[in-house]
Each structure stands twice: as structure tokens, then as C-alpha cells.
Design a protein around this ligand. Structure first.
Ligand SMILES: NCc1[nH]cc(CCC(=O)O)c1CC(=O)O
Length: 310
């Protein structure tokens, strides 16, 4: 292999993640040479708009997939939670590296714990999933839409636009901002997004050399947990308008998957825990259990609203 070209979005987080993967890769494959190819995606150009309005997460991936298929790059590093269920035909997830902390984290402006935020305090997050779950825990807080890169959100917190922000712990840790975290949200209170904290290295299906080499950075446990979560998400066919959270863990070799579907206003929330051996089977069973519990109604209503263009 010559010099591998690794595509990455240009945000500080994306670049850090890409460099981290290359570093892990080079540790295991001495002599491997790789360069980062920074890319702008359509998603990056509409960062200020709510994700639920700009047509979903595929926006961040399409252009990178085209570059892969046109052989302008050989691999691309993505946050797994931004990766759509269906990859472009001819591409595969060549590796899922070791997963970072999957939990959500709260940063309050004055450092007081989340539970001590006063009634009416403004919590910045645009995630329907975070709002749906946190509204049930603290119905007295005001949830304020807040988008942009991690540093933009931290700046808005420092400027007093909000009293607290909720972000993925993994992103903060990777950016060296882990010490800013006030506290981690227990998955009992707030289940993370599917794939949160995990990365995917995407490559061409037919590129045997790259695929063989990528096995060196593969983390089998991370792959299994992410597969269980993503199978559950795909089986729910939820789209990005429905609050969905899921977290799988390996316990004594078994998979334990917790998953939730809720209404954005927090008025209803269904949660299940499923255990088993096969990640895909566990994921499908969690989705079926959720639908049976009542989540089917929420999913159906959201689909009808989407069809009406609402
Ligand atoms: N939605 C954007 C996004 N995509 C990945 C991360 C963080 C890193 C990760 O979850 O792996 C973030 C920021 C956030 O949600 O706080």
C-alpha cells in the first residue's frame, strides 16, 4: 500500500478523531503511512439549522462516500452516531475501533450539579432524544435549541445564553475537554444515541489491502454493541424526528441492550432491556418489545406527520 488517504470532516472533533484512528493504526501496523484529507460536507454548511429540518444525518456522509467510491480517498473516519443505517453500496465499515465513553455529559455554567439547577434554568440541546428524556426527569427546566460544533456550544454557555449544555462525553474527552464535564448522565436517566462514543472507519468493499490492515484497529466488543444498537434503530424505522436512545454493553460475554422511544414533549416514554448472545437478534427483539409496549403508536404517528409534510 502507498500513502493511505483518510477523509475527514473539518471540525476539530472530526479531525481529532481521524488523527486518533491513524495513530492507533500506525501503532499496530508499523510503517503504515497515511494522510488526512479534510472535506466539507453539505451538513457542515447548514450546521446552524436543527438536524430534524435539514434532512437528516446522511448529509455528513454522502460527499465522503462519493470520494471513497471515486478513489479520491481510501478510508474515512466517522462518528458512528452520524452514520446512516444504509451505507453507499460498494462501501463497508472496515473497522470499529475501541469505543470511548458512550454517555451524555452535562456542563453547567457555574459547576453546580444538574440536580441542583433551579427551576426554569435554561439547558441547551437540540437533541430530541435528550430533551424527551431530561424533560421527564426535570420537567421544570427550560430546554433551549443549541446547535453548532462543540466549541460553539461551550462559547454560548460561557456567554450566558444557557445555564447548562448536554453533550456527548466522548466528544469532549477526545477534544481534551473532559475536565470541563460537570457530571455524566446515568443511562438510567438518559440513554445515549445509537453508536455514541464509537467511530467507524469506512472503506471500499473491494479494497482488500485496506480491509485486511484495518482489522488491526477493530475492537470486537465495540462492534457487537454498536451492531445491537444499530439493528434496533433500523428495525424501529424511526427517522430523525423520533427520540430514540440505546446502549448495549457486554457483560460476562453476553449482550445487554437498553433502548427507548419517546415523544419529544416527554409525555410518553417506553424503555426495554434485552439480553442475549447475537447482537442482531438482541437488537430486533428490543425493537419488537418497544413497538409492542406502545412505541409503535409514536413511530406510526410520526411517519404520518412526515408524509403530510408537517
Ligand atoms: N451530533 C454531533 C456529534 N456527533 C458525534 C458527537 C460526539 C462524539 C460521539 O458521540 O462519538 C457529536 C457531538 C455531541 O453530540 O455532543
Amino acid at each position: 500500500m502507498g500513502i493511505l488517504r483518510i477523509g475527514s470532516r473539518k471540525s476539530a472533533l472530526a479531525m481529532t478523531q481521524t488523527r486518533w484512528v491513524i495513530e492507533q493504526w500506525q501503532k499496530r501496523v508499523p510503517g503504515l503511512s497515511a494522510e488526512v484529507v479534510p472535506m466539507t460536507t453539505r451538513g457542515d454548511q447548514v450546521l446552524h439549522l436543527p438536524l430534524s429540518r435539514v434532512g437528516g444525518k446522511g448529509l455528513f456522509v454522502e460527499e465522503i462516500e462519493r470520494a471513497l467510491l471515486e478513489k479520491r480517498i481510501d478510508a474515512a473516519v466517522h462518528s458512528l452516531k452520524d452514520l446512516p443505517a444504509q451505507l453507499a453500496p460498494g462501501t463497508v465499515v472496515g473497522a470499529v475501533p475501541r469505543r470511548e465513553d458512550p454517555r451524555d455529559a452535562v456542563i453547567t455554567r457555574d459547576g453546580r450539579p444538574f440536580d441542583d439547577l433551579p427551576s426554569g434554568a435554561r439547558v441547551g440541546t437540540s437533541s430530541l432524544r435528550r430533551v424527551a428524556q431530561l424533560r421527564r426527569y426535570r420537567p421544570d427546566l427550560a430546554f433551549i435549541p443549541l446547535r453548532g460544533n462543540v466549541d460553539t456550544r461551550l462559547r454560548k454557555l460561557a456567554a450566558g445564553e444557557v445555564d447548562a449544555v448536554v453533550l456527548a462525553a466522548a466528544g469532549l474527552v477526545r477534544l481534551g475537554l473532559g475536565d470541563r464535564i460537570t457530571e455524566h448522565l446515568s443511562p438510567e436517566i438518559c440513554l445515549p444515541a445509537v453508536g455514541q462514543g464509537a467511530l467507524a472507519v469506512q472503506c471500499r468493499e473491494a479494497d482488500e489491502d485496506t480491509r485486511r490492515s484495518l482489522v488491526s484497529v477493530e475492537d470486537a466488543a465495540a462492534r457487537r454493541t454498536v451492531e445491537a444498537e444499530r439493528t434496533c434503530l433500523a428495525a424501529l424505522e424511526g427517522g430523525c424526528q423520533v427520540p430514540i436512545g440505546a446502549l448495549a454493553e457486554i457483560r460476562d460475554g453476553h449482550i445487554r441492550l437498553a433502548a427507548m422511544v419517546g415523544r419529544p414533549d416527554g409525555s410518553e416514554l417506553f424503555r426495554v432491556v434485552v439480553q442475549g448472545e447475537d447482537p442482531a437478534e438482541v437488537g430486533r427483539r428490543a425493537a419488537a418489545d418497544l413497538v409492542e409496549l406502545g412505541a409503535g403508536r409514536i413511530l406510526q404517528e410520526t411517519r404520518e406527520e412526515a408524509e403530510l409534510g408537517g
